[in-house]
Design a protein around this ligand. Structure first.
Ligand code: SF4
Length: 447
């Protein structure tokens, strides 16, 4: 049962010492009740209170970590229903599934390709998180071979799927078990699956015919000592899976229902149709999956999902930024043009990619606009003449460039006069509004 802020306050030292970073114990207790801070921030709480508060202080959705050979995927520990309330912390793991009725060579080829896939998006390296091996044969030896094949080409975490505990046991032997997710425990096999998970230090996915059934089963499994659980609400279509995912998140956060406070696993791959699979996966990224299992791998299919995931699991109040500074594009000499933009990642990469793609050398002064795009920063007073002039000095532009000509983005043409006042001996030129037009502008106007 969740405790109120006042109930928590009564168990705190009430000295208002501020060591937790809050001005009063009451302020801290309110945050603790809202699951926005951890109890460990208060170093003075007594052991007795700690024990009483531990249940209340535990995250409403358990954090489950799969780690193998230096790769790690974490899910859970979320504290809000909507991203704009705070942020979503742990990106859902994207897994590609193979089945043990496929030839071992085919499994190796498929997974090696997916494992090698990496792409850089606005300076962030994106890749898949792991692979799933499903038993279709029902034969432990065949399953173990498939798991070995997967492990031979990828060191990422594995998800082992089978109903028969003997099959799962063979798979766990083949992969050393630790950091693996087993799928899954159901009403018929949960005792054996729980023993396997416990013995091998694996996490356990749980299925049941209903949410009530899931809640009962997770309680039984937890009672046997396995707490790293993942739940499959069982829906595979768009509307029911969205309804279940939302219900589960609400029950965990708003009603503090611990028996359903676990990351959710979904199987968009079950749709069969690759297009539907992508849409189901996109829905699951937005609402509220912890692990997503796909059947089809292709860069053009996975890339949009990785980017979507990146966009949703970033703090909306902290734009993705690049370091302000003077950047070299295509090895410029001191005579080459000087362009200016802001340090919002997408803005920087739009400009840098267009110029680099054109092969034209240039200097790019990235001004510290607190991670905002050009127009937003200008409207907020974060990208003005004074700031640009300061950055010209701060990044010692005149030590690298032997001319005094600068191209500002077309969207902020209005600051050109002020910039001439700030930098009296400079020629300020107004460039195009869109990055895509920069190469033509550089060829035709700056030649
Ligand atoms: S550190 Fe503990 S005792 Fe000090 S103000 Fe925070 S909650 Fe109160």
């Amino acid at each position: 049962m969740a405790l109120s802020g006042i109930q928590i306050y009564k168990m705190l030292p009430q000295t208002n010492c501020k060591d937790c970073g809050f001005p009063t114990c009451l302020a801290f207790s309110m945050k603790l009740a809202a699951k926005q801070v951890e109890l460990s921030l208060c170093p003075h709480v007594s052991d007795e209170s700690k024990e009483k508060l531990s249940e209340s202080a535990a995250p409403p959705i358990r954090l489950v970590t799969l780690s193998a050979n230096g790769h790690e995927v974490k899910a859970g520990n979320e504290t809000v229903l909507f991203r704009h309330e705070k942020t979503f912390f742990y990106k859902p793991g994207l897994f590609i599934r193979v089945r043990d009725d496929e030839a071992v060579e085919t499994i190796r080829e498929k997974l090696a390709l997916a494992d090698a896939y990496e792409v850089v998006y606005v300076g962030i390296e994106l890749a898949l998180d792991g692979f799933a091996v499903e038993s279709v044969s029902g034969d432990p030896a065949v399953f173990a071979q498939a798991v070995e094949a997967a492990r031979s080409v990828s060191q990422r975490p594995l998800l082992l799927i089978a109903d028969d505990p003997k099959v799962i046991a063979a798979g766990l032997e083949a992969t050393n078990g630790k950091g693996t997710l087993i799928y899954g425990a159901n009403n018929n096999n949960w005792e054996e699956m729980t023993e396997l998970a416990k013995a091998k230090g694996a996490s356990l996915a749980v299925t049941a015919g209903s949410l009530e059934g899931l809640a009962e089963l997770t309680e039984k499994i937890k009672g046997q000592g396995v707490e790293d659980l993942v739940i499959d609400p069982g829906a595979r279509d768009f509307s029911t899976s969205l309804a279940y995912a939302t219900q589960l998140r609400r029950l965990a956060l708003k009603k503090n229902l611990r028996s359903l406070g676990y990351p959710i696993i979904v199987f968009p791959g079950d749709a069969g149709d690759p297009a539907e699979e992508s849409m189901l996966a996109a829905q699951a990224i937005a609402k509220y999956a912890g692990f997503i299992v796909l059947d089809h791998f292709a860069p053009e299919k996975v890339y949009p999902l990785l980017v979507l995931r990146e966009n949703i699991y970033t703090d909306p109040q902290k734009p993705i930024q690049v370091q302000p500074g003077l950047y070299e594009l295509n090895n410029p000499t001191a005579d080459d043009p000087l362009l200016v933009t802001t340090n919002f990642s997408i803005t920087y990469f739009s400009v840098a990619n267009e110029v680099e793609g054109s092969g034209l050398p240039a200097w790019l002064l990235v001004s510290d606009a607190e991670g905002m795009s050009v127009l937003t920063a200008w409207a907020a007073g974060k990208f003005d003449a004074e700031r640009i002039a300061k950055d010209v000095k701060r990044f010692e532009v005149t030590g690298k460039v032997n001319h005094k000509r600068m191209v500002i983005p077309g969207h902020v043409a209005v600051i050109s006069g002020e910039l001439e006042e700030e930098l009296p001996d400079w020629e300020i030129r107004v460039g195009p509004r869109e990055a895509v037009d920069l190469p033509a502008f550089m060829k035709q106007v700056l030649k």
